[in-house]
Design a protein around this ligand. Sequence first.
Ligand SMILES: O=C(CO)COP(=O)(O)O
Length: 258
Amino acid sequence: MSDRIPLMAGNWKMNLNHLEAIAHVQKLAFGLADKDYEAVEVAVLPPFTDLRSVQTLVDGDKLKIKYGAQDISAHDSGAYTGEVSGPMLAKLRCAYAVVGHSERRQYHDETDELCNAKVKAAFRNDLTPILCVGEGLDVRKAGNQVAHTLAQVDGGLKDVPAEQAETIVIAYEPVWAIGTGEVATPEDAQEVCGAIRGRLAELYGQEVADKVRIQYGGSVKSGNVAAIMAKPDVDGALVGGASLDADEFVKIVRFRDQ
Ligand SMILES: O=C(CO)COP(=O)(O)O
């Protein structure tokens, strides 16, 4: 049994404005009011424009829900129009910054090199990166999912020291399972999540590898989360579509009750 605390995180993607965000987080707080939070960590990852509203609500009501950003600039300040920096996110007391989500890799050409710079920017600003990795359908069909994903892990963690690496969250999100309703089997998830932990052990030693939380993401719902979470190297879920329905996300967070 590992003592890693599962992290159930809702990636809202480009959904919910700042007013809708308040209503949504209030619903989550209500749904989780009697929850023993010791056993599960809950986080929401709203669009940048919602973060201040979420912060105010979480602070005001002393909620145990954490929050973070869906992206972070590799730079801390300067002439980078449209970017949002680590110091800005830290000032909003974000806990997390997603790095290298497949939608950013796909639509914004984010490379492993850029993801590595963003991982370092997050650590530099005391934010925990959630580094997303995972293969597309072609790679999966060719049976190269492990090698492909481990190369992304290597790239994202280049020159990241062990004392930082042990706190990172890695999200394995097979691209073919995102938003498609096509969920990886628990065995598929375990195969790659286990391989990721193996690579972390090679890079940093087993003790560090055993501390890192590895999430699965891709069409996670209340009906499939428990089986996925039962796998030894899966320490949480990164939930897209289902996290927009507060009742459904609460059920996902309560996966142990399923
Ligand atoms: O991309 C995801 C979370 O980051 C997964 O999205 P879905 O849960 O909608 O498949």
